[in-house]
Design a protein around this ligand. Structure first.
Ligand SMILES: Nc1ncnc2c1ncn2[C@@H]1O[C@H](COP(=O)(O)OP(=O)(O)OP(=O)(O)O)[C@@H](O)[C@H]1O
Ligand SMILES: [Mg+2]
Length: 500
């Protein structure tokens, strides 16, 4: 095989008498005499020969690749790159073993665990492209490293996740929230009051502060019932047009407001909303909060199935906020217990005690994986989940809180958060607009790789970013355990042939 025609530092063309394949790795020399690795990006078949167009990846320097600065030597020999060289390039200490190079069954691809977690990642594809399978493979590999993962699972797809290597390392959590820990606006979202229902929000806020002030020990469902009762009292007052007294936390005193007949209607509708919420979500309200359920060294699966979107968003916002803030408090307190100031030492020790007994999960780095991420960080809207997931994307790295986004609607993900995810695992994406959107959010995703996205098969991924040695096309392993994302055998079930 020989280089033909003119060359540059980034591209060359070669001829071969043997068949050559798209995506193969080849080695040629540059004019400095150094071995240069390239990948075949196009193959043309001619009479009795094949012509390969190659994109240069870089100079082979031991097991590393460094930038190539001189053109490929014209007319020089080209050879296929050995599996061994490629294996050495992709082998990463403590890496996650996720699949093999698409064009080489024998070259295993590892992702650098530290970089994947600390610099965040996204798994994107059309529906059915293999995202959940990829996430399951990642969880299996992370479990082998005793990783602490929190998987946000809107459809209950992972509740049956199982693999023998994950024995005893999976915990399914039905989320419970203690409403007292929410801000009033978050509480209003939780019970299902829309952003535009301003008057209802005002009364929820009044009642929330009043109950918190008058019944400081009320928690869980009791707290909600006290709010409901207070609103009922206020509705009676509204029906006769008298004044109510509500607590104002800013002034630390009671304010008064005269209610009218219209307020009666608003209050009754609010009480109705709360009763419905209690019926639907009684099991999700409690006096412990979900963060207390998370365990270190486990894949903690938060089963959000059955919740409506506003409640899911409230839960995810709550989880993201408390994970980040408690982890920051933990790391700060670890330092502050050595402070020369006694008061600082005392506060730090008390924080550490609370964290040790209730929130142990934050004593280790943690990875938050969010399935259906477009629900939580939508492009045109801010909500409590997008606020806190955005903060994790920007600041989590410093505190060992990682974020992984999974979505089949990349264009609906907020671009700022998507671009903070450094490693992109991109399975089949057909829509050119989706491709461009992802490209804008990825530094390393070149035109040539974008062109490949539409032709990928299921489970085949373009991977770029800090966690992989080279931008590459990888066949992700089929998860060899159980997870709930399998395609349903529709005809089989209709015909009664399913093998459940
Ligand atoms: N790497 C792979 N190798 C072989 N089969 C795979 C691979 N990845 C996924 N599949 C198969 O493709 C189907 C869809 O995969 P998966 O559930 O992971 O897709 P998805 O992108 O999460 O889909 P959705 O957008 O609907 O959530 C499954 O039946 C799965 O077994
Ligand atoms: Mg899926």
């Amino acid at each position: 095989m020989k280089v033909v025609g003119k060359t540059t530092t980034t591209h060359f063309t070669f001829e071969s008498l043997e068949k050559i394949r798209f995506g193969e790795y080849v080695i040629a020399k540059n004019v400095d005499g150094r071995d240069v690795l390239g990948v075949i990006k196009n193959v043309v078949a001619d009479v009795e020969k094949f012509v390969g167009e190659v994109k240069v990846i870089g100079v082979l320097d031991g097991n590393k690749i460094i930038p190539n600065r001189t053109p490929i030597l014209p007319n020089s020999e080209v050879r296929l790159c050995d599996d061994e060289i490629l294996n050495n390039i992709y082998l990463t200490p403590d890496g996650l073993n996720i699949g093999h190079l698409l064009t080489r069954d024998n070259v295993r691809v590892y992702l650098d665990t530290n970089k994947l977690v600390s610099r965040h990642f996204a798994i994107l594809s059309i529906t059915g492209g293999g995202k959940s399978n990829t996430a399951s493979v990642l969880c299996r590999e992370l479990a082998k490293k005793n990783g602490t993962v929190i998987m946000i699972d809107p459809h209950g797809e992972y509740i049956s996740l199982y693999h023998e290597d994950m024995e005893g390392k999976i915990k399914v959590i039905n989320p419970i929230i203690n409403p007292v820990l929410l801000a009033p606006s978050e509480f209003a979202n939780l019970i299902g009051i829309g952003d535009n229902e301003i008057e209802k929000r005002v009364y929820v806020e009044f009642a929330y502060h009043t109950v918190k002030h008058e019944c400081p020990d009320a928690k869980g469902i009791e707290f909600i019932e006290k709010i409901e009762n207070l609103l009922y009292e206020w509705s009676k007052i509204a029906s006769v047009g008298w004044e109510i007294k509500y607590y104002n936390p800013l002034r630390r005193n009671y304010d008064r407001r005269k209610l009218e007949k219209e307020d009666f209607v608003i209050l009754m509708s609010l009480i109705d909303t709360i009763s419905k919420f209690k019926l639907d979500y009684a099991l999700n309200i409690g006096d412990r909060d979900v963060i207390e359920e998370f365990e270190i060294g486990k894949i903690n699966i938060v089963n959000l199935s059955g919740l409506e979107i506003p409640q899911m968003v409230t839960f995810v916002g709550f989880i993201a906020k408390h994970l980040l803030l408690k982890r920051i408090t933990y790391l700060k307190s670890l330092k502050d217990v050595y402070s020369i100031n006694e008061e600082i030492r005392r506060v730090a020790q008390s924080n550490l005690n609370i964290i040790e007994s209730h929130y142990k999960v934050v004593t280790k780095p943690v990875l938050l994986i969010v399935e259906e991420a477009h629900i939580f960080i939508p492009v045109n809207e801010q909500n409590s989940a997008s606020l806190w997931l955005g903060k994790i994307a920007r600041e989590g790295r410093k505190f060992g809180v990682g974020l992984g986004l999974v979505s089949q609607r990349p264009k609906q993900l907020h671009p700022d958060v998507l671009s903070q995810t450094n490693t992109k695992i991109i399975l089949k994406i057909v829509e050119p607009e989706d491709q461009k959107y992802i490209q804008r959010a990825s530094e390393e995703l070149g035109e040539d790789l974008v062109k490949d996205l539409a032709s990928l098969g299921i489970g085949e991924a373009v991977i770029v970013g800090a966690a992989i040695s080279l931008p590459s096309i990888v066949k992700i392993d089929k998860f060899d355990g159980v997870y709930g994302g399998k395609d349903i055998n529709i005809v089989g079930e209709w015909m009664g042939l399913d093998d459940w």
